[in-house]
Design a protein around this ligand. Structure first.
Ligand SMILES: [Zn+2]
Length: 380
C-alpha cells in the first residue's frame, strides 16, 4: 500500500486510518458531505417525524391484529435497543416482543438493564441462548483467521436468531435501534465492518480453523434476509428512532429516571467481547478506532464538540490494568491460554479477501438499495 500523508477531517475526526476516505477543498470528509447532502435533508426528528411515527404505528398495529405481538425488537441492553423498546411501547402504543440473544458475553450491566426494562415496560422477553461450544469454536476460528471483522460471529448470532424467530412466529415487523443520531457516520468496512452476514465467508473460515461442527448456530445469509425474508415473505425492518428526537445524553437520562437503567461508558460496551474487541484488539492490532466513527456521528449531529472527541480518542476508553484483565478473561473464556491469545494477536493481519466470500454480490445489493433510496448511509 502506498503511504498516504496523514489527514484528518476539519469538521469531524475521521482520518486517513480509513484508507478510502476522501476530502474536499474545505477539508471535510466524505462522511460529513454525505451527512449534509443525503441524511440531514431527509431526517425529521420533529413534527413531521411524529406524524410519520403515528402512521408507522397504525400500520404495524393493523398487521399485528389477532396476533400475540405486533412486532419484535432485538434487545441488547445497550442504549439504542433499550430506547427503541421504550419508544415502541410508550410512544407508539404497540405490543412488541422483546427478543434477546445470549451469546455468552453479556455484561452484568446489560443483563440488569434488560430486566429493568422488561419490568418497567411490562413486556414479554424471549431469550435465545446460543450453544456456547459452537459460539466459542466459531469465535476462535475467526480470531485465527486474523481478519479485523471479529464481531461477525456475535452479529450473526443476533440477527440470524431474530429473523428465524420472527419467521417461525409469523411476526412481520422487526424493529431496530439503528439511527442516524449516533450512527450516521458508518464505521468503514476496512475497520472490521464487513457489510453483512456472508455464509460463504463464515463457512470458509470455520472449515479452516474450526474444530467443532456448527449444528445449531443460527446463520442467515444477508442475501437471504434481504431477498427471502424482506422481499418474498414481506418482513419489514423499521427504525423509529429516526422519527423521534434521539439525543444520546437525554435518552440515557430518561431511561435512568424511568427504569433505573444504567448508561455505559461507550457504545457497544454491553457485550464484554465487543468492548474488548473495539478498545483493545482492533486499535492495537489493526490501528482502527471505531470510536472515531462513533464520535464523528455525535459531532455531525451536534452532540459532541470536535475538541471533546479529540481528547477522548487520545487515550483508550478503559484503563490499561482493566484491559489486561480483560485479555485474560477473554482468553480463559475461549479456552485459550493467555500465550495462545497473544500469539494470535501477534500473528500477521489479513482481510476477508484472503478467504472465500461474496462481498461483490453484497456490495451490488447494497448499491441497488442506495439507488432505490432505501439506504441513506454511506457505502463505498
Ligand atoms: Zn468529516
Amino acid at each position: 500500500m502506498s503511504a498516504r500523508p496523514y489527514q484528518i477531517c476539519t469538521n469531524c475526526i475521521m482520518d486517513t486510518s480509513d484508507p478510502s476516505i476522501v476530502f474536499d477543498e474545505r477539508g471535510w470528509c466524505d462522511y460529513c458531505n454525505n451527512f449534509e447532502s443525503a441524511i440531514q435533508p431527509y431526517w425529521h426528528p420533529d413534527q413531521k417525524g411524529e406524524d410519520a411515527l403515528k402512521l408507522l404505528a397504525d400500520k404495524i398495529r393493523q398487521e399485528g391484529k389477532g396476533k400475540d405481538f405486533d412486532c419484535i425488537i432485538g434487545l441488547s441492553g445497550g442504549l439504542d435497543s433499550s430506547y427503541v423498546a421504550y419508544v415502541v411501547k410508550e410512544k407508539m402504543g404497540l405490543r412488541p416482543l422483546l427478543f434477546h440473544v445470549d451469546a455468552g458475553w453479556n455484561t452484568d450491566q446489560a443483563v440488569g438493564n434488560i430486566e429493568k426494562l422488561v419490568d418497567g415496560l411490562g413486556l414479554d422477553l424471549y431469550t435465545e441462548v446460543i450453544n456456547w461450544e459452537e459460539m466459542k469454536d466459531l469465535q476462535v476460528a475467526f480470531l485465527r483467521s486474523q481478519i479485523p471483522d471479529q464481531d461477525l460471529p456475535q452479529d450473526a448470532a443476533f440477527f440470524s436468531s431474530l429473523y428465524q424467530f420472527a419467521r417461525k412466529y409469523k411476526i412481520k415487523t422487526i424493529i431496530t435501534g439503528s439511527n442516524f443520531s449516533t450512527e450516521c457516520c458508518r464505521e468503514p468496512e476496512e475497520w472490521g465492518g464487513y457489510l453483512g452476514i456472508d455464509k460463504l465467508l463464515f463457512k470458509d473460515i470455520h472449515s479452516r480453523f474450526g474444530k467443532h461442527p456448527l449444528e445449531t448456530f443460527p446463520l442467515v445469509d444477508i442475501l437471504m434476509s434481504k431477498i427471502f425474508y424482506q422481499r418474498i415473505i414481506g418482513m419489514k425492518v423499521a427504525m423509529p428512532l429516526n422519527m423521534v428526537p434521539f439525543i444520546k445524553k437525554d435518552a440515557e437520562d430518561e431511561l435512568e429516571r424511568r427504569f433505573g437503567w444504567q448508561g455505559f461508558q461507550h457504545k457497544h460496551h454491553e457485550s464484554r467481547f465487543t468492548r474488548f474487541y473495539e478498545d483493545y484488539w482492533l486499535p492495537r492490532k489493526f490501528g482502527f478506532q471505531k470510536r472515531r466513527a462513533h464520535f464523528s456521528s455525535l459531532i455531525s449531529t451536534g452532540q459532541m464538540s470536535r475538541e471533546q472527541a479529540l481528547e477522548r480518542i487520545s487515550h483508550p476508553e478503559m484503563d490499561e490494568h482493566f484491559l489486561q484483565q480483560e485479555f485474560e478473561y477473554v482468553a480463559n473464556k475461549l479456552d485459550l491460554t493467555v500465550n495462545e491469545l497473544q500469539e494470535i494477536f501477534d500473528g500477521e493481519n489479513k482481510t476477508y479477501r484472503d478467504y472465500r466470500n461474496k462481498r461483490w454480490l453484497i456490495g451490488l445489493g447494497t448499491n441497488v438499495l442506495r439507488w432505490l433510496g432505501l439506504e441513506k448511509r454511506f457505502f463505498r
